[in-house]
Design a protein around this ligand. Sequence first.
Ligand SMILES: Nc1ncnc2c1ncn2[C@@H]1O[C@H](COP(=O)(O)OP(=O)(O)O)[C@@H](O)[C@H]1O
Ligand SMILES: [Mg+2]
Length: 271
Amino acid sequence: MPDQAESLRRLVEHIYPGPPHKARRIAFLSGKGGVGKTSIAANIALALARMGRRTILVDCDLGLANVDILFGVQPKVTLDGVITAGRDVRRALINLPSGLRLLPGASTIVPRQGVSSGRLQQILHHLDDKAEFILMDGGAGIDEGVQYVAGLSDEVVIVSAPESAAALNAYRLIKVILSRRSTTAIRLIVNRAPNESSARRIAAGLARAAREFLDTEPEYVGWIPLDPIVAQAGKERRPFVEKYPGSPPARAIVLLAQKLAQPPPAPPQAA
Ligand SMILES: Nc1ncnc2c1ncn2[C@@H]1O[C@H](COP(=O)(O)OP(=O)(O)O)[C@@H](O)[C@H]1O
Ligand SMILES: [Mg+2]
């Protein structure tokens, strides 16, 4: 019986391998929602742009697109319009003063047939010569939309919170990603941690489980402290790296951006 896993496998096999590309595509995903993917992807993208690296941030959260809100911009054309209504991707790109370019997400929920059409892959190819880094803010969970974004990226940064439910769902997501494509580089950021040692503890637990059961482990990139300025900047519709540059989360983001800008880690060996 062609179960859901089978049809998903076919979908993702269809997507990858795509044609070769130059820009590094880094997807930010999580097993559980609300762990801080959008906050992290947006601020890392901005930090990279401020380091002079050509960066495009694509809002690929097909369920809850909200990157535009974090930057306080009101897009006229969104990814939704480009995917489903054939709008020109150049009209959707927003040039922010920092040099960062933003491809805003769907203002409404994208129909699933739009997701599986392969249009996002074409769009990424179109952006390929315009950026060194294409950061993709993706959704949460292990559903098709998340798998689709993972399948289009070279590297996946899994964001986890310190709670065990978030870590368990991060593990599940790693497992699903590896079951589709064993060569994806998987990295880990622990967000909202009370301190470094608790972030490291979560990362070590995940690495242990992944090593034992999946024969690989995510590369721990670092952590971001729990800090009310993150939500505060969100309310003010400004990235915290810009609004609160001296704050602990902003300093953490700059370190993470510097690490991510290094050449990518070697992907795990295919089984
Ligand atoms: N390090 C942090 N400290 C405090 N609050 C945070 C932190 N990271 C994210 N948040 C808050 O958590 C909520 C969810 O963040 P968001 O980036 O939208 O998560 P996701 O994209 O994973 O759903 C937001 O209100 C955000 O301000
Ligand atoms: Mg989000």
